[in-house]
Design a protein around this ligand. Structure first.
Ligand code: IFM
Length: 461
C-alpha cells in the first residue's frame, strides 16, 4: 500500500517475515477480491431520497445494538467511494463485491425509483471499471425497505414478486457493465437471526414466521434468477451462502440432533432447494404448509457459481424449549479463538470447501472470509493486526489444500475492505483490512492490507 505506507511509516518487520502461502500451483486467473455490504458502509441514510430500511428501524429500538450504534453514517462510503476504490487499487484486487441498497434505489421497495440512488451505483460501477476492478453485485444484504416490511416483508408470498421487480430494475440499469450478480447474501443467517433468534432485523421470534420467510426468500431467489438470466446478456449468476460446520456440545443423542437441525437451517435450507430442489429432511415436513405446487421448480433455477462465506465452526446443544430445539452456543474455551471469540479452524475451511464442491458441483467463489478484532491504532499511527494476518494466512493455505484435493475454487474475497457496522455489535468489532476512524473518516490500511497486497502480487501470473 505505497500511498499510505508513506504516512504510516515502514511496515513492522514481522509482517514482511510472515510466509505467504505458495499459490504457484493454483489455477491461472484465480480471483482475489474484497467484500462489503451497503448498510454496513454506505451511511448517507437520509441523503438524496434514500428510503428507510428495516435496519434503520431496528437500530433505533432500545438495546438492539451495542452502544446504540447505527448505520446512519457508517464509513460514509456513499460520499467517499472514490477514496475506497483507490484503497482497492493499492491492494491490487481484481474484484469488489458490494450490495445495492434496495431502499436507496426504490425508497418504498417498489413503484417509484430514486434517480439519485441509481446514479450512485452508476458512479461506483463506472469508477470500479475504470480502476480495472470487476464489480460483483449482490442484490440483497439484509436491508429490506421498511415499506415492504410493513406489508409483511419476507413473510408475505408477494415478496418474491417484489424482489423480482427490484432485480429487473438493477439488471436493466447495470447489466451492461455488471456480469457477476448474486441474489441473496447468507439467507441462512438473516432468516434465523431475524425471525427466530431475534438478534437481527426485523426482530421476530416465531417459528412459523421463520418457515414462511425461508420459503419466500427461496421463491424470491428463483424468480430473480430468471429475471437476471433474461435481462443480462452473459450474466454469471450465483447466490451466497454461509457454510460452517455445526458441532454438538454435549454427547447426548438430543445434542447431535440439535446440531443437525442447526446445520439444516444454517447451511442447507437454501442451497439444497436452490440447487437440488429439495428441503433438508429435518425441515421438509415443517415447510410443507407454506409450499404450493410447482414451487420447488420455481426455486431451483440453473446457477453459475456458489458463493461461500466461511468463518469458523458453530456450536449447538439441545434445548427442548427453543423454537427449533437447539440452543446456539459460544465456541468452547478449549478451541483457539479470535479476539471476538470466534473459533479458528482452517482445517474446517478446507473440509467445507471440499464438501461444497462434492455436494453442489458448481465453481466456488469464497465471497467472505476474515476475522474481527478490537485493535486500536497504535502509538506509531499503525494497526499491527498480526492475528488477522495469521488467520488469513492459515485460511488461504487451507484453501490451497482444498484446491489440491480437487475443489473447484475460483476466487477469494476478504471480509472486509473496511472496518464497518457489524450488525448487533455496532462498531465495536472491526473486520477491515483498512481501519476506519469513525470520528474523522480517516482510512488507515492495516498491516494485513500490506500482507494481502503482497499475496496478490505474488500470485500474479
Ligand atoms: O459482517 C458480516 C456480513 O455482513 C455477513 N457475513 C459475516 C460478516 C461478519 O460477521
Amino acid at each position: 500500500m505505497p500511498a499510505t505506507e508513506a504516512e504510516a511509516g515502514p511496515a513492522p518487520a514481522v509482517v514482511d517475515a510472515a510466509p505467504t502461502p505458495d499459490t504457484s500451483a493454483w489455477p491461472a486467473g484465480f480471483l482475489w477480491g474484497v467484500s462489503t455490504s451497503a448498510y454496513q458502509i454506505e451511511g448517507g441514510a437520509r441523503d438524496d431520497g434514500r428510503g428507510p430500511g428495516i435496519w434503520d428501524t431496528y437500530v433505533r429500538q432500545r438495546g438492539r445494538i451495542a452502544n446504540g450504534d447505527t448505520g446512519d453514517v457508517a464509513c460514509d462510503h456513499y460520499h467517499r467511494h472514490r477514496e475506497d476504490i483507490a484503497l482497492m487499487r493499492e491492494l491490487g484486487v481484481g474484484a469488489y463485491r458490494f450490495s445495492v441498497a434496495w431502499p436507496r434505489v426504490l425508497p418504498r421497495g417498489r413503484g417509484a425509483t430514486n434517480a439519485a440512488g441509481l446514479d450512485f451505483y452508476d458512479r461506483l460501477i463506472d469508477d470500479l471499471l475504470a480502476a480495472g476492478i470487476e464489480p460483483w453485485l449482490c442484490l440483497y444484504h439484509w436491508d429490506l425497505p421498511q415499506a415492504l416490511q410493513d406489508l409483511g416483508g419476507w413473510e408475505a408470498r408477494d415478496s418474491a414478486g417484489w424482489f423480482a421487480d427490484y432485480a429487473a430494475l438493477v439488471a436493466r440499469r447495470y447489466g451492461d457493465r455488471v456480469k457477476h450478480i448474486a441474489t441473496f447474501n447468507e439467507p441462512g443467517v438473516f432468516t434465523l437471526f431475524g425471525f427466530v433468534l431475534d438478534w437481527q432485523a426485523p426482530g421476530i421470534r416465531d417459528r412459523a414466521a421463520y418457515l414462511r420467510a425461508m420459503h419466500h426468500v427461496n421463491l424470491a431467489h428463483g424468480a430473480a434468477v430468471d429475471v437476471l438470466r433474461d435481462l443480462v446478456p452473459g450474466a454469471r449468476i450465483g447466490a451466497i451462502h454461509n457454510r460452517q460446520p455445526c458441532v454438538p456440545l454435549g454427547d447426548q443423542d438430543a445434542d447431535r440432533a440439535a446440531a443437525r437441525m442447526l446445520d439444516a437451517c444454517w447451511n442447507r435450507a437454501f442451497p439444497d432447494v436452490q440447487i437440488d430442489a429439495a428441503y433438508p429432511a429435518e425441515l421438509a415436513a415443517a415447510i410443507e404448509p407454506y409450499q404450493q405446487a410447482g414451487d420447488l421448480a420455481r426455486i431451483c433455477r440453473p446457477l453459475d457459481w456458489f458463493g461461500l462465506n466461511h468463518y469458523s465452526p458453530i456450536y449447538a446443544r439441545a434445548d427442548a424449549t427453543a423454537p427449533l430445539g437447539f440452543a446456539w452456543c459460544d465456541a468452547p474455551a478449549t478451541v483457539p479463538r479470535t479476539a471476538i471469540g470466534w473459533g479458528i479452524d482452517p482445517e474446517s475451511f478446507r473440509d467445507t470447501l471440499l464438501d461444497v464442491h462434492r455436494r453442489y458441483r458448481l465453481p466456488i467463489y469464497v465471497t467472505e472470509n476474515g476475522t474481527g478484532d478490537i485493535l486500536p491504532v497504535d502509538a506509531r499511527g499503525e494497526v499491527a493486526d498480526h492475528d488477522r494476518i495469521a488467520f488469513l494466512r492459515g485460511y488461504v493455505a487451507a484453501m490451497g489444500e482444498a484446491l489440491a484435493g480437487g475443489a473447484d475454487v475460483r476466487g477469494y474475497f476478504v471480509w472486509s475492505l473496511l472496518d464497518n457496522f457489524e450488525w448487533g455489535a455496532g462498531y465495536s468489532q472491526r473486520f477491515g483490512l483498512v481501519h476506519v476512524d469513525y470520528a474523522t473518516q480517516r482510512r488507515i490500511p492495516k498491516a494485513s492490507a500490506r500482507w494481502y497486497a503482497g499475496l496478490i502480487r505474488g500470485s500474479a501470473r
